[in-house]
Design a protein. Structure first.
Length: 636
């Protein structure tokens, strides 16, 4: 039976999605030196985030999987020279992950793939790395749980196959079973709402969660049609996480950056190719449930009509997503029981304002933020209200949020099919106030009130900061004042405050946000924001974001929105709007929201006389015309 597992492992490693493409093979072959080094790697630096020896062995493992590449004798010899160079001395990194997971994974794959083509000395040397960190010794590795544990499981499965140890294999699979469960609220792993938390209650659905799903899929694939396969209940837990969690975070071939944690600063991090590979693997496992839903999810990578649509508030992680067939809006609220964020291994040190509250990700084609982050002004994180600060000032704020829990008192949300609310109080970076995001028909109406700062700096609320992919339509193009449209997204200030628009060609090195990557980035970035001035006191904002709107249709869309949308109240006590037949309201303090026919703003909607909408606080409500004729609203 263990031979079946071995064949499945080899089939997995030889899968087309696992092989390097021709340009990568050409580049690697060109960089390979006669002494076994790669000329583009600096072996003198023990970088904790992008280690040369980790990259070296991972490259050899990828090349070893490509039989067409190895068919050339000089190519095989180049790979073997690379192995010899690596084995010249013990390789260890200050980052435990490389020693306990990264190197054992690459070494095990090389041993399996090259087998008899390795010398006894090469096999022995590589096996020292493979066998040093068995998952059964995980009590020595407190970080081994969740995605980290699954990486260790996969390495130990390879070790069991290489040593023909069925007892070790069985014990390792039993260890993996402890992770294929819904974890208690706040504990690392898959949550009841199908989000994924990791590193002490951080939202990582498409960071560590994506890696967890990928390794689970690989493990399920290599156990297919064997006695060690997981139960239907365990397989269903993973399936639900994928199609009720990860699926909501993907737009076309890219992923919502709000669900990545610190990993957004890595090149090509937003690519959904890894998720696609996970789905392809699971499709080949006969015992896997829900394969019809996964097939539809696969279709969405190439055909927009299959895109998931509908809204969902992930209450365990404070993440709201509003989706139509043509668009995606993600929003994160800052929940006091969640960690704000992290910056480790030289990654993500500028991302303070991702923790500020209300951060949004707006996608139509999915490429709006693809590899943009080296060029980002991190004082202008989309959706946030924050002071204007330099990189140096943002770096100085690292102790304020890295590994820290939120200071604000509350956050929450509700969703009902195609509309909903996300809200919170603000207390970050010296800025206080309240915010509410109302999601209707694929649009977002954002309100902020009580915005106050004592930082001595100018404070802005950013609507978006993304790649500029075409002309920006504004008032000169027939739009109302305070409106703009770019990249098929309409932006509009809903009060008297002007909308500031900036567009500039930028260039920077990736090392600005990830010190281990020496790579240039450039392009035109556009930013839309509202300026509250220096140290605002009790300031407010109201704006609209409407995706999937072309420049030529923006004026008509805005006119239609104006016919149906009214901001009812926007202050530190209540934030409320009416859109068509619904009233959406957030109570930050116990107050009464009064509606009556005498108000001209409501006359066009023929709202019945109603003077009794009141609630405890904080709370959010969605009320339709029928509800308005009933007794006072209770908490939703």
């Amino acid at each position: 039976m263990i031979q079946t597992v071995k064949q499945n492992v080899l089939q997995l490693l030889h899968a087309p999605d696992m092989l390097p493409e021709k340009p990568e093979k050409t580049a690697l072959l060109t960089a390979m030196q006669k002494d076994g080094r790669f000329s583009d790697l600096d072996y003198t630096v023990d970088d904790e985030g992008n280690w040369s020896f980790g990259s070296h062995l991972a490259r050899l493992a990828r090349l070893a999987a490509d039989e067409s590449f190895l068919a050339q004798p000089n190519h095989l010899q180049a790979v073997l020279r690379g192995v010899d160079f690596f084995l010249q001395a013990p390789r260890r990194n200050p980052n435990w992950w490389f020693n306990d997971i990264g190197l054992p994974r690459s070494a095990g794959r090389i041993c399996l793939l090259l087998a008899e083509r390795l010398t006894p000395a090469q096999t022995s040397g590589l096996m020292q790395y493979v066998s040093a960190c068995r998952v059964e010794n995980r009590s020595s590795y407190p970080a081994w749980h969740g995605a980290n544990l699954l990486w260790g499981v996969m390495n130990t499965v390879v070790l069991a196959v290489l040593t023909n140890n069925e007892t070790l294999l069985r014990a390792t699979i039993d260890t993996a079973r402890t992770e294929l469960v819904v974890q208690p609220n706040g504990q690392d792993g898959m949550q009841l709402d199908h989000s994924y938390l990791f590193h002490h209650a951080q939202l990582y659905t498409c960071g560590y969660g994506r890696a967890f799903a990928a390794d689970c899929a690989a493990l399920i694939f290599i156990l297919k049609q064997t006695e060690w396969q997981f139960s239907q209940e365990e397989l269903t837990v993973l399936a639900k996480f994928i199609f009720s969690g990860i699926r909501y975070c993907v737009r076309n071939k890219h992923v919502d950056y709000l669900t990545f944690g610190r990993e957004i600063v890595r090149p090509d991090a937003l690519s959904a190719n890894g998720i696609r590979h996970t789905l392809l693997l699971l499709q080949q496992v006969p015992e896997m449930p829900c394969r019809d839903v996964m097939q539809e999810q696969l279709a969405s990578f190439s055909a927009e009509g299959y895109a998931l649509h509908g809204d969902k508030f992930f209450y365990n992680s404070g993440y709201y997503v509003s989706r139509t067939i043509k668009s995606h809006i993600g929003c994160r609220v800052t929940q006091p029981d969640m960690m704000l964020g992290e910056s480790i291994n030289g990654e993500n040190a500028l991302s303070a304002n991702l923790c500020a509250g209300g951060a949004t990700c707006i996608m139509v084609d999915g490429r709006e933020y693809e590899n943009i982050f080296p060029l980002w002004d991190f004082a202008h994180v989309p959706g946030t209200t924050a002071p204007i600060e330099t990189d140096e000032q943002l770096l100085a704020r690292l102790p304020e949020w890295h590994g820290r829990f939120a200071h604000n008192a509350y956050a929450g949300g509700i969703s009902r099919n195609k509309y909903g609310i996300a809200y919170q109080d603000l207390d970050f970076g010296g800025v206080t106030g309240v915010t509410a995001r109302f999601f209707v028909e694929g649009m977002m109406i954002a309100l902020g009130a009580g915005i106050t700062s004592q930082s001595g700096r100018r404070v802005t609320t950013t609507l978006n900061q993304c790649w500029q992919t075409g002309p920006i339509a504004a008032q000169a193009d027939g739009l109302p004042a305070g409106c703009a449209c770019q990249g098929r997204v309409l932006y509009a200030s809903l009060d008297d405050q002007p909308l500031v628009i900036e567009s500039a060609e930028k260039q920077a090195n990736w090392s600005r946000i990830f010190k281990g990557v020496d790579q240039q980035a450039s392009g035109r970035v556009c930013t839309f924001y509202i300026d509250h001035g220096v140290d605002p006191q009790n300031a407010a904002y109201a704006y609209l974001v409407a995706p999937a709107v072309a420049n030529e249709h923006a004026a008509a869309k805005m006119a239609d929105v104006r016919r149906h949308l009214v901001v009812l109240q926007n202050d530190p006590f209540i934030q409320a709007i009416r859109y068509k037949e619904h009233v959406y309201c957030v109570f930050h303090k116990p107050r009464k929201l009064s509606l009556f026919k005498g108000n001209v703003a409501f006359a066009a909607f023929d709202i019945p006389i109603y003077d009794r909408i009141c609630s405890s606080a904080p709370s959010a409500h969605i009320i339709n015309n029928v509800d308005l004729e009933r007794a006072p609203v209770q908490n939703v």
